[in-house]
Design a protein around this ligand. Sequence first.
Ligand SMILES: [Zn+2]
Length: 453
Amino acid sequence: MSQKFPKDFGVHDILDLILCDVDYLITCSNDLAIIQNGAVAILKGRIYDLGDSEEIKARYRARETLSLKGYILMPGLINAHVHAPMSLFRGLADDLPLEVWLSEVIFPTESKWVKKETVYLGSLLSFCEMILSGVTCFCDGYFFEEEVVRAAVEVGIRGIAGQGILDFPTPDAPSSDRMFERAERFLSSTHSEMVRPSLFCHALYTCSAATVKRTKELCQAYGALFQIHLAETEWERSKVLELTGKSPVEFLEDLALLDENTLCVHGVWLSDEDLNILNDRGTGLVHCLESNLKLASGVANLPLWLERGLKVGIGTDGPASNNNLDVLGEMGMVAKLHKGFRRDPTLCSAWEVLKLGTILGARAIGLGEEIGSLEVGKRADCIALSISEPHAIPLYNPISHIVYSAKASDVKYVWIDGKPIVRDGRLVSLNLEEMLKEARRISQEIGKRRESV
Ligand SMILES: [Zn+2]
């Protein structure tokens, strides 16, 4: 047993689970460890030990031992930015500019359809999609976030739930005063082991300086993550510059909002000076490439973020602007697009991108000490990808395979906090068919009402 294991665990004869005979165990720790014929031993939701499969099997006994011959075992993927309930609006309107898409489609639809039941159901739908494609942790921002927490706990996914804040009436807060009262109630009453509460200011063009400041103060009072969409479009950057004489990052810096507990999403339009500020403050940034491409917002300079060592994760953004929650697919796109866009095949290597989807993403959202890599003492959030399909053969380099060849459907097993959530490609924590039937029924109603408008 490693010295790094928390002292309060003590020495146990019988562990909960041993995952053994793994073809390639990818830890995603800093040293790029790949263990062939590896094993992971799990106790009380945490990684108790890992290493050579024969040694682990000889050293421990467990209530369950599962052979993963023919699999890669790696940390679960982190979706560092999503609006999970919006899955019910997937494909409702596409091919529009962000401002038009938001003001003419999303906001009016939300005012009619966002209620407790739809937030709960949309979240369940998103969590099932994410888990079945290897995502074990999400970072969300929306309304009725208690329902997001309820859905997450029910299906067994880890995450951060950010109650949405805007300067106009929202589906769950008819006035701004009620909004803060509501936000504080959410922060003070959410005590899930698996889902941390957070607040999410939509953007600087929908929240005043006073609103973002008050939101950050509330977050500070409760030790919660403050999230905001920032510098997503050229229009947003120009608007903030015109109104304040500062870039969006400089504006937040002057309000003393940037620190390690702030997460900025998008950052497509950032200057060199903006990057210096974010780096100095240790502020997290989320790259949502496919959403930025689909809404034609531009391409963030991720290679420069990585070169500067910023705290960066990958996010899919909401299912209405992507339109899927496939982080593995997003990683492949990130690794390839930046090479082509900057005409340099050495940018965004497979290893860098794998870390973005795991340990770096975990650090960006403030959970790097607990998840994101397979290390003794960390939470046992891990996924097994089958390498028996034609697209996995030959397999010379497992890191290259994960980023450039693997598909979401290769994910056959998922454990979160040491609990089995997917076995042999099937979700075990929820009746998927029943949930899909209900999601289809509601989406047909949403579609009909929209046609009749
Ligand atoms: Zn977003």
